[in-house]
Design a protein around this ligand. Structure first.
Ligand SMILES: NC(=O)c1ccc[n+]([C@@H]2O[C@H](COP(=O)([O-])OP(=O)(O)OC[C@H]3O[C@@H](n4cnc5c(N)ncnc54)[C@H](O)[C@@H]3O)[C@@H](O)[C@H]2O)c1
Length: 455
């Protein structure tokens, strides 16, 4: 009995040397067809890298506009080189579809769909569920499935595995491989891209980890770090993002204290940075933005409650970071009152809608929350962002001013810098603005500072 069980477990977790070696050989020979589900900031660069490495790739998305753009060779993601996409499409190495029946044709599938929060700040896992259900309908034997979306520990084994097995009638570890490999893309980063950022891989069983890792090694210039389970890989991703969230929370809290004490937090951080070990610099700002750092820790807090556990440090950090937009609006009101103006009916120009510099993504952007706070206080707010002409807030489209000229800048009672874009003429802004509130310290190199207040 004991030996029978051991033998069964052996076959479940080590599907047999032959099959694994055959798959590894296919990976080496680029005979694997790749599917990438979700062609957004994460999925499109991944699909392009896989195709560039010589794997025929199909991208799946529910948005037919994105699918059409890809099939026409038109790029819409900043981190993808336009000509790369065009060449790959023309060469027949990359195509996109809304039709999931093409899942039958691929041997490797990476799921890169959104994992936002719902209106109660709880994980909205519906995109992972619905895409996995579609994949399950067409899943064939020996397919390798990897979840890349950031999520709570347990998603791959508890949710994705269950849906795939139920929908396909196949058995994970016997008929198909499954694992988790978190995406670490940092949009706008000029050094680290999809291709040279190390990957972490945790599969269900050693064989799964091995083949998934081989698939990434075949494409990336960077290292692949193998871990013993999907839950480790899921948790390490949340650790990465929570680490940033909490450290930003710490400097945001200290910023408020330093302001009361008449100390510059920016100079404090520069001084702390002189320590060659044990300190990493994080900077304050109007709050957190993007699809990762403000959201992912909530995934963990939510899951922790299942274990009767409260992630108090994380939740306190959220409170601090979420309060930054209001704090910035209050500081703006103080600046106006120093100029003998009231915030009500004041004209304010917000410089930057993107959640970080040099990108066009405004998801969860703190600049939008700053605008909401200012308007609630009665201010008349315009915005300018060299990367974003318009944005949607609660269904309403807001259009920015088309460009900033000396005359335009001079018309506002206050200019607030909310994003540190590098393609803005800050010298001109300083020279012409009545008052500037620089929440990113982006004007730190300017000598003339009489009209600038820094966060
Ligand atoms: N953007 C980042 O900087 C970043 C970094 C690391 C990790 N992540 C994580 O990667 C995941 C994807 O993020 P993103 O920024 O690429 O999102 P995104 O919104 O840019 O792209 C997701 C794509 O998935 C598509 N989609 C939604 N439901 C689908 C379905 N059922 N089937 C097929 N396609 C579907 C959407 O149409 C969209 O094109 C998230 O979990 C996110 O947390 C994002």
């Amino acid at each position: 009995m004991f030996w029978q069980k051991r033998l069964k477990n052996y076959f479940i977790h080590n599907k047999g040397m032959d099959e694994n070696e055959r798959l590894l050989k296919k990976i080496e020979n680029k005979e694997i067809e790749v599917g990438v589900v979700g062609l957004g900031y994460v999925g499109l660069p991944l699909a392009v890298e896989k195709a560039k490495a010589g794997f025929k790739t199909i991208g799946f998305d529910v948005q037919s506009e994105k699918v059409d753009l890809v099939n026409k060779g038109h790029n819409y993601i900043g981190d993808v080189v336009d000509s790369d996409l065009k060449k790959l499409v023309e060469a027949g190495m990359l195509k996109a579809t809304t039709n999931f029946s093409f899942v039958k044709e691929v041997d490797f599938i990476a799921i890169c769909v959104p994992t936002p929060l719902d209106k109660h700040q709880q994980p909205d896992i519906s995109y992972v569920k619905s895409s996995t259900e579609e994949i399950a309908k067409y899943l064939t034997k020996e397919t390798i499935v990897v979840l890349e979306s950031t999520t709570y520990p347990g998603t791959t084994e508890e949710l994705v595995k269950t849906i795939l097995e139920k929908g396909s009638g196949l058995k994970c570890g016997v008929d198909f491989y499954l694992g988790f490999s978190p995406e670490r893309v940092d949009p706008g980063n000029l050094i680290y891209k999809t291709k040279n950022t190390p990957k972490v891989v945790g599969g269900i069983g050693k064989d799964a980890t091995e083949v998934i890792a081989a698939m990434y090694r075949a494409v990336l210039e960077s290292d692949v770090f193998e871990v013993s389970s999907p839950a480790i890989a899921e948790m390490e991703k949340i650790l990465e993002n929570t680490y940033r969230n909490i450290n930003i929370g710490l400097v945001n809290e200290l910023t408020i204290l330093c302001n009361r004490m008449g100390i510059s937090i920016w100079e404090v951080i520069e001084a702390a940075k002189s320590k060659p070990y044990g300190f990493q610099a994080f900077y304050p700002g109007p709050g957190l933005g993007g699809h990762c750092i403000p959201l992912d820790p909530y995934y963990l807090s939510w899951k922790a409650r299942e274990y009767g556990f409260h992630t108090t440090l994380i939740e306190n950090s959220m409170v601090i970071n979420d309060g930054q937009a209001r704090y910035c609006a209050e500081r703006a009101a103080h600046i106006l009152s120093h100029h003998k103006k009231a915030v009500t009916d004041s004209r304010i120009l917000v410089l930057g809608i993107a959640y970080k510099q040099d990108i066009d993504d405004y998801r969860e952007s703190p600049a939008i929350r700053v605008i909401q706070e200012l308007e609630r206080a009665g201010a008349r707010v315009d915005f300018y962002d060299p990367w974003i002409r318009e944005y949607k807030d609660h269904g309403q489209v807001r259009t920015g001013i088309p460009k900033i000229t000396p005359q335009a800048v001079a018309e506002y009672d206050l200019v607030i810098v909310t994003t540190a874009h590098s393609n803005v003429d800050y010298d001109m802004v300083q020279k012409n603005a009545q008052a500037v509130f620089d929440t990113k310290n982006v004007m730190k190199h300017l000598k003339a500072r009489e009209n600038i207040e820094v966060l």
